[in-house]
Design a binder for this molecule. Sequence first.
Ligand code: TPP
Ligand code: MG
Length: 814
Amino acid sequence: MGKESTIETTTSIDFEAFKQSVLADFKLANISRETSLLGRREVLTGKAKFGIFGDGKELAQLALAKQFKNGDFRSGYYRDQTLMMAIDQLTVQQYFAGLYAHTDVQQEPQSAGRQMGGHYSTRNLDENGEWKDLMAQKNSSADISPTAGQMPRLLGLAQASKVYREHPTLKDLEEFKKFTNGGNEVAFGTIGDASTSEGPFWETINAAGVLQVPMVMSIWDDGYGISVPREFQTTKGSISEALSGMQRTKDKKGYEIFVTKGWDYAHLVETYEKAVKIAREEQVPVLVHVKEVNQPQGHSTSGSHERYKDEARLQWESDFDCIAKFKEWILAFDANGLNIATAEELEAIQKEAKKEVRDMKNAAWKAYTEDIKNDLASALSYISALGNVSENGVFINKLGDELKNAMEPIRRDILVAARKALRLARNENSAEKTALGNWIKKVVSENHETYSSFLYSETSDSVLNVSPIAPTYDNEVKLEDGRIILKDNYEYILKNRPEVLIFGEDAGKIGGVNQTLEGMQDQFGELRVSDTGIRECTIIGQGIGMAMRGLRPIAEIQYLDYLLYAIQVLSDDLSTLQYRTKGGQKAPLIISTRGHRLEGIWHSGSPMGMIINSLRGMHVCVPRNMTKAAGFYNTLLDASEPAVVIEPLNGYRTKERMPTNIGQFKEALGVPEIVKEGTDITLVSYGSTFNLCEIAVQQLLELGISVELIDAQTLLPFDINHMIVKSIEKTNRLFIVDEDVSSGATAFMLDKILVEQNAYAFLDSAPVTLSAKDHRPAYGSDGDYFSKPNIEDIVEKAYGIMNEFDPESYPSIY
Ligand SMILES: Cc1ncc(C[n+]2csc(CCOP(=O)(O)OP(=O)(O)O)c2C)c(N)n1
Ligand SMILES: [Mg+2]
């Protein structure tokens, strides 16, 4: 240890504490390593499906963990088991429970068996979905598998500290004390060397430098991304060199950059102490490039690293194994005759670690198999009872015997046998058959909770629990541009909810490209209403991270067409968050964007099929005007779930009546509106195209056709009370108009209405759909006319339904 080290050993009391802390690190390093070694074996012997471990990265994580305080957050990836153990958020038994996919959240709190082993998280919500005191624990946002997918949210986690530090009121409010202590929290990012090649890494790094947020970004540089070496990943083969232009100087803000080595305990400890101090105190982003880490067992259980590492590299990995180096360092330690441990003592610790891990692994396996044993015993008894009375008893009993003799049966094996047995008795009636059938239904339903719950909130903060409030109006008909309704609504929100922040491209100074935030920055300050760089992916990341820390961000995506740059983070991270933690975390982020019919290929898109299919787990609101949009924002802010609101792009200058209860009216989600009653055809649409339908419906009336016009209002959720089928019971005809490409949102709505709501039973005519052309819309008003459904198309399609049904009354137009 060099003289400059921060590990001072001035007095014997200090030395004793220091020695204990080193030995505790040594023990945990070995526990973590043994977990990796045994974990791999569990996969290779078939007890677990897949394993990806943190071996080789132990020391760096132990050094980092020393600086991790209550209230801090991690956003990392699958190599971080040592860190999670060191911050007391993962036990070895839980590690193995995860590897086996144990679905009991008590046993496997990271994801209740939903995520592959190695994906970490902490439980930040209680059973009621309410925030726990995040300042009383060390926190980790829930990992995802896409490389660099942890980056965008890291930005928001770090930014929240800055917001809390600078916000005039929040940090003093009692309800925010569980999120912050004056904004002193640090967000710790971890990433592999190869994953720094991903776009979200660069976007996040740049944005964090611009925003100057307290983020400590560690790169575990083991030289490979599976088999592809660093030289193919990074300019100059070094991420710290490539990023060196970001180094802050006396005159210019930027990053503080540290370089250290994964096997050098003393230097790691010292580096993290310095790094985190800068981030925490000065709110400056810090990069720690940890070189010379390795992966003793290769990348994962899917292959062996001998395929791509040469002899010399393998030898180096063995020579520079961080635990072996740590051991050497401890043995060589001599501070004026004070030593840490002897070789025998260290070996005893290693032996102990081995045993502890084996015991924990056995306990995890026992708990996992016990859970299934109960179901197995029930299945066997129901199957054999049926076998005893059924004409097909021989075959049924054979299924039972096979199940009984199966090696380590899983739930699937149990249900396969039970359901096949029931099928064999399909021609019979017996109490035993009914009992088996009921048991199967019960198990399937219980497993719905186990495997499919919490896609959306299942607690009181669900949007479905918000009671709607209608807009109210004066007698005087006061008309305003749609954008003014949104602006006044925002003003009310910003005044009444100090935790709301609105940010996006051009959202700050000019108040949004459509002026829906005009004057808001002047009134509420740059912290609350701000401009961001052009970086949709990390705008969403800012929102996710801040929403995870108790703030209520509204992230602006300038146009719907550009949501594509953010769709990965929305789909992989935000939409899955509640589900992948089984209700352990939430990020109630609201995304405000605008789309549908304007002009040109990239300003008139309506890729609703893509959106609703990739964002299950979020709500998708498609208001037809700005009053509706405002109503959705108000509802969403009363709940605690993520959602996207797509304002109709051509409605900002359309006149609407100004409600008198601005900021307070709330639109229900999942409840369509019957805008006009009719008897001949049920027409379902939404958003901008809905407004064309409204005109078309008037013209159809002139042709003697009475249309019941329904605005779906939200696509996720969609018509939760099945209002549409009620309408079809009356009209017996269905017409869907939608400006997505064919079979996009149209197919979704058809499935919901015809199959889920069973509307086909009431149809007298074939269902008819009208979507946009399959290309993106051509430029200009004529481009729109010929690319998207127009009024004439709508009228003629609807007329065609009646013409086919009753050609005498409705003779062919053409
Ligand atoms: C977007 C994406 N592409 C590919 C993969 C498959 N994959 C998983 S890990 C990995 C290599 C990551 O290497 P690195 O970032 O250096 O981390 P290491 O595993 O070496 O610690 C790849 C390509 C993935 N998970 N996500
Ligand atoms: Mg790597």
